[in-house]
Structures are given as structure tokens and as C-alpha cells.
Design a protein around this ligand. Structure first.
Ligand code: ATP
Length: 290
């Protein structure tokens, strides 16, 4: 039997870091949602006890370092599954881009293997398994839009923001999330984004409000290290995006756009100097379809 599962990219509409905890993790407040820039996982049952990963993308690990591999190994161990699986990852989400591509692949593997092996694991339990693989995985299991607190693993589903176009541009640099958090100093942030105002804007279905309240304190680090990310933000705004923000720890910058008529100008303007530009829709249906 063969099944398919979609693994969409994640963006943060708001990312605030409150403090560094004693356990070394940072206490965060994030609003996360999904966009329709998706990897696709093809999963096929193997009668022998093996996990085999393949991908057309030559630049990701295919061994036990791959998060989809780790997801399969975890579910096999916990539920004592003797069969194996072959997983092909059709990668579309840029790697190390701040779009949680690896986490979303892991979540899609958990959802898919639950179906493939007919394990009947409830979604909350899948999320808990996901938390063992990475802070972003639980959100990627459930999808939709959520407020994440703690180290990012405490999730509260919230309403979806008004649907719109999302333009994503990734400059040709790889940013390490650990490095950005390592350099981050909460005391250096002059103005934190306002979570209550962003939640109000989302609840009111106000596209303008959401654009106004976009905020990510990690920009303070990444934009200083990589001026090209700042330039990308400025260009996107100048070309007509309604709201612009860096996603996660970067370097991808996304722009929210309400009018389709503006897209060609923004896309063509960015493509003049940035090779990786994507125009997608926000994913508004709750959960993640396969
Ligand atoms: P986040 O937003 O969660 O920090 P990211 O977008 O910055 O994630 P990923 O694309 O998930 O980063 O990749 C981070 C690292 O994880 C890469 O260096 C890559 O080698 C490794 N990795 C492991 N599994 C995968 C996978 N399935 N897809 C992409 N990268 C993977």
C-alpha cells in the first residue's frame, strides 16, 4: 500500500522571545500559520524491518539525521511496529530557511504512518510524539493557526487570519536557528510586538490590522548579520506588499498581499535579484489535508 501526505511550510506572524530559561531554552510567544508551499511525502509499506528515505533534493541528509526518518523510527519503537517503510520526500520547501520544512516533514510522516499502519493514534498523542522530535513539530502535526508558548511546544488553536496571498523570498544564505538564538539578547529589544493587538486583529478578521501587527524580535539579530535580508524586506514593501516580516530565524522574508493584481510586480521585482521567490496562498482550512 502507498499513501501520500502533504507537508506545508510554516510562517510566524508574530515571534517574541520573553527570556532565556534555566534549561537553556527560550520562553517564546509565537503565532504560527501555514502556507501552501508544501513538500509531499510518498510512503510505502515494506514487509521487512527497515526505514528507507529518498529525495530528489541532494542537499538534505537521508540517514537517521533526517527528521522524517526520526519520526518513523519513533513511531515504530513506541507502537512496536515490525514492518518497515519507504519514504520519498518531494522537497519544495527551501531548507534551513525559517519555514520549518524538516519539522513539517516529520509531522507528515507521523500522520502518514498512523494511517499506513492503522495505529489509530489520536492527534494529541501524535503531537506529544512530535514534541520529542522538535519544538515546531507539534504545530505541524495539527496545522491551522496557533498561539505557541513555552519553548514553542504549548499550543492553543486560534482562528485563521484573513486569507491572502503570501510572497516568500529566500536569499542564498543558510541561517542556523541555534546561532540566531545564541546571539539574541532580550534586553536589547526596544519594542516587542503586541500579542494582544495581533490576536484582536485576527479575531476581527482585519487584514490591515494583521499587517500592522506583524513582528519578529529575531530580526534584530538576523538583519544585523545579513544586510541582504533587510534589503529584501525593504524591496518587498517598496514593490507593494501590504505587510512584510522575516519568518522564524530567517533568512526567508514573507510579504502578505491582498490584491492579486499586485503580485506580478512584486514577483518580477524580487526575481531581479533573488532566485528563490514563491507566490502561494495562506492555508486557511484547519488541519493539514493529505
Ligand atoms: P526551523 O524553521 O524549524 O528552524 P528551518 O526551515 O530553519 O526550520 P529545515 O529546513 O527544517 O530548517 O532544515 C534544518 C536542518 O535540518 C537542515 O540543515 C537539514 O540538513 C536538516 N534536516 C533534517 N531532515 C530534514 C528534512 N526532512 N527536510 C529538510 N531538512 C532536514
Amino acid at each position: 500500500m502507498k499513501i501520500y501526505e502533504k507537508a506545508p511550510a510554516k510562517i510566524n506572524l508574530l515571534l517574541d522571545v520573553l527570556r532565556k530559561r534555566e534549561d537553556g531554552f527560550h520562553e517564546v510567544e509565537m503565532i504560527m500559520t501555514m502556507v501552501d508551499l508544501s513538500d509531499r511525502l510518498e510512503m510505502e509499506e515494506l514487509q521487512r524491518d527497515a526505514i528507507i528515505i529518498s529525495s530528489q533534493a541532494g542537499y538534505i541528509p537521508l540517514d537517521e539525521k533526517n527528521l522524517a526518518f526520526q519520526a518513523a523510527r519513533l513511531i515504530k519503537e513506541r507502537y512496536d511496529v515490525k514492518k518497515g517503510v519507504y519514504i520519498h520526500l518531494d522537497k519544495k520547501i527551501p531548507v534551513a530557511a525559517g519555514l520549518a520544512g524538516g519539522s513539517s516533514d516529520a509531522a507528515a510522516a507521523l500522520r502518514g504512518l498512523n494511517r499506513l499502519w492503522q495505529l489509530g493514534i489520536p492527534e494529541e498523542e501524535l503531537s506529544l510524539l512530535g514534541a520529542e522530535l522538535g519544538s515546531d513539530v507539534p504545530f505541524c502535526v495539527t496545522g491551522g493557526t496557533a498561539l505557541a508558548t513555552g519553548r514553542g511546544e504549548k499550543l492553543e488553536p486560534i482562528e485563521n487570519p484573513p486569507s491572502c496571498w503570501v510572497v516568500l523570498a529566500k536569499p542564498p544564505i543558510n541561517v542556523s536557528t541555534a546561532d540566531v538564538y545564541g546571539r539574541f539578547r532580550a534586553g536589547a529589544i526596544e519594542q516587542h510586538p503586541s500579542l494582544p493587538r495581533m490576536l484582536d486583529a485576527i479575531r476581527a478578521g482585519s487584514f490591515t490590522g494583521v499587517c500592522e501587527e506583524l513582528g519578529n524580535v529575531l530580526e534584530d539579530v538576523t538583519l544585523r548579520l545579513y544586510p541582504e535580508v533587510r534589503m529584501l524586506k525593504e524591496s518587498m514593501l517598496r514593490l507593494g506588499a501590504d505587510g512584510v516580516l522575516m519568518s522564524g530565524s530567517g533568512p526567508t522574508v514573507f510579504g502578505l498581499v491582498s490584491k492579486e493584481a499586485k503580485l506580478a510586480r512584486i514577483y518580477n521585482g524580487l526575481r531581479g535579484f533573488c532566485k528563490e521567490v514563491y507566490v502561494v496562498r495562506m492555508l486557511t482550512s484547519p488541519g493539514v489535508q493529505s
